[in-house]
Design a protein. Structure first.
Lengths: 264, 315
């Protein structure tokens, strides 16, 4: 997710824009989405259950780590548990963003929205920011619970290793980056498929890359290094920053409204 | 009120792959006019609205919508000046009426949104339902919310696509009253409908479309164009020699006996032919039950045009 977009929104005011976009219209979509999420029991339920499921394994792993593990082994196992927690910001958007375009089309609300002056980019950025906020809230809350469990119930040596600065910083930084990547992938899917369920199912694919990275590390195929972390962060930052452009390019008003592709 | 036409459409055509949605549509809509767009299912009415509303791109032809040429570059500008109410109002059912309108006011970036929302709700008599979730409203009330939403930005042209589709007669009547009220306020309305009585009651002019434009004009003009003026005479008993009674009358061009036993006289001027016909009937000792000018509705016009359409006949 582009930080410039967020800054632009904070500045506020109608017409204050980013890349020609109107902050006022993005804010309108953002607010409407949050209101709608809060009253959608399915989304609230999914947002509550999915993260809990993905928090159980790393928490159990943390609490069952023996005190006498060598430091390197302890760091690796804690690193993997935290990496596993990054599936939460990858999975939550699948529940929220899958509805973003195809859900609107199915309930007949897309057409009235697209007959207003809103641009595709504004619509998509508003949707993405509205998905980002609850995703960050849930992911950081889960991480806080995980750290709380470490502090209260894990072996002291394990707790000390879990609460180390670099680990915390990496988790705090990667959470929005992974969420942003996942949100754009799922919105892109939602803009192209013809059924919400298909969008949800395909959207879960967004969690595969973090899962793959976790697996590769746990099988010692790749090793967690600072260089790897910086490279991954840079790639995610680029994808998040340019995601709105890519998704806007696949957002075809005519196909979404009529089911037929626009002849250009 | 501006004298620039609200809509100028020239040769507008839309194909979806190999299928023609509408072809070579040309018409002009004047400011403040209520323009009816009639046609059977699949005639291209909704596609025309979507094209003029910048939702879909035309394959050929040109248009000027609310003063702006219909081009991709003008999409946002046109959408600022118009409102489109699709057949289904497309409300966010979990949001309240006011929240729905607030969202759309935000999309239009309207100053004084709160006042505009209140005004729009007053216009559709829904001020007391502002806090209700849209899911709790009947279909007719949802349609009224859709109309309120369409009024928020004070559009130069308001497109209403089948606004009374699926409504019961009472709810449809309420929507008619709202449209009549908007007409009174000088809003240009482009109304697509299946309901011919609705078009006849509300529209200044109508166009009848069946992929291509079949005719266009005021409802009374279309009636005159398609149907000869006539008088219908009913008598207690058949006339002994109707040719002698009607054949000599000035202004009566021909006569015939219709299936119900009434004499139908083709006349050039019903006002002068009617008294002469009465006098001739009295002179012939006929017991006259009724004499009336034949009324052809817009439905008669529509059916004659559509039934004589080669495409419909072929189908």
């Amino acid at each position: 997710m582009s930080m410039s977009v967020i800054r632009s929104l904070r500045r506020g005011g109608a017409g204050a824009g980013f890349g020609g976009m109107s902050a006022g219209r993005i804010r309108a979509v953002f607010r409407k989405e949050l209101r709608d999420f809060r009253r959608n029991r399915f989304i609230v339920g999914t947002m509550a259950v999915v993260p809990l499921v993905f928090m159980v394994l790393p928490t159990v792993e943390l609490l069952t780590m023996p005190a006498g593990l060598p430091t390197s082994a302890l760091d690796t196992r804690i690193g993997l548990a935290m990496l596993y927690l990054l599936i939460v910001p990858a999975m939550v958007p699948a529940a929220i963003s899958a509805y973003s375009v195809i859900g609107e089309r199915d309930q007949g609300t897309l057409e009235p929205v697209l007959t207003t002056p809103i641009r595709a980019e504004e619509f998509l950025v508003g949707k993405a920011l509205a998905a980002l906020l609850p995703t960050l809230f849930i992911s950081y809350t889960m991480f806080g619970v995980f750290l709380g469990c470490a502090e209260l119930f894990a072996q002291p040596a394990v707790a000390t290793a879990a609460l180390r600065g670099p680990q915390l910083l990496a988790q705090l930084l990667f959470t929005p980056l992974v969420a942003g990547w996942s949100i754009w992938v799922v919105i892109a899917i939602s803009a192209r498929v013809s059924d919400v369920r298909v969008a949800q199912q395909l959207g879960t694919l967004a969690s595969l890359p973090p899962l793959a990275v976790s697996s590769l590390m746990s099988f010692n195929v790749i090793h967690p290094t600072l260089r790897l972390a910086v490279t991954l962060a840079a790639v995610l930052l680029v994808v998040d920053s340019l995601g709105w452009r890519a998704v806007a390019a696949v957002f075809d008003r005519e196909r979404l409204i009529t089911g037929s592709r626009a002849l250009r | 009120m501006s004298s620039t036409p609200a809509l100028v459409v020239e040769g507008l055509t839309k194909h979806f792959g190999g299928r023609t949605a509408f072809s070579e549509a040309s018409f002009t809509v004047e400011p403040g006019e209520v323009f009816g767009f009639l046609g059977p299912n699949g005639a291209g009415k909704t596609s025309t609205v979507r094209t003029l509303g910048t939702l879909i791109a035309p394959t050929a032809g040109s248009a000027v919508v609310a003063g702006l040429p219909l081009t991709p570059a003008n999409g946002v500008g046109i959408r600022r000046r118009i409102s489109v109410m699709p057949e289904s109002p497309g409300l966010y059912l979990r949001l309240t009426v006011a929240e729905n309108l607030e969202f759309f006011a935000g999309l239009h970036e309207l100053p004084g949104a709160r006042d505009r929302i209140e005004r729009a709700l007053r216009a559709v008599n829904l001020s007391d339902r502002a806090g209700d979730p849209c899911r709790a409203l009947s279909k007719g009330l949802r349609q009224r919310v859709g109309l309120a939403r369409a009024l928020l930005n004070d559009p130069t042209v308001l497109f209403l696509d089948e606004p009374t589709s699926g409504l019961d007669p009472v709810a449809a009547r309420e929507v008619h009253d709202l449209i009549a009220d908007l007409r009174g306020r000088g809003v240009t309305i482009f109304l697509t409908t299946h309901r011919l009585a609705e078009a006849e009651r509300l529209c200044d002019r109508v166009a009848i479309m069946n992929t291509t434009l079949r005719t266009i004009g005021r409802p009374d003009e279309l009636r005159e164009r398609l149907f000869r003026k006539s008088l219908e005479v009913r008598t207690r008993a058949p006339l002994a020699d109707p040719d002698r009674v009607f054949g000599a009358l000035d202004g009566v061009e021909s006569w015939q006996l219709d299936g119900s036993g009434a004499y139908v006289l083709a006349v050039s001027d019903p006002d002068s032919a009617a008294p002469a016909a009465v006098r001739a009937l009295v002179a012939a000792d006929a017991d006259v039950l009724s004499l009336s000018q034949s009324q052809h509705s817009l439905e008669d016009v529509y059916l004659r045009l559509i039934e004589s359409d080669p495409e419909v006949s072929a189908a």
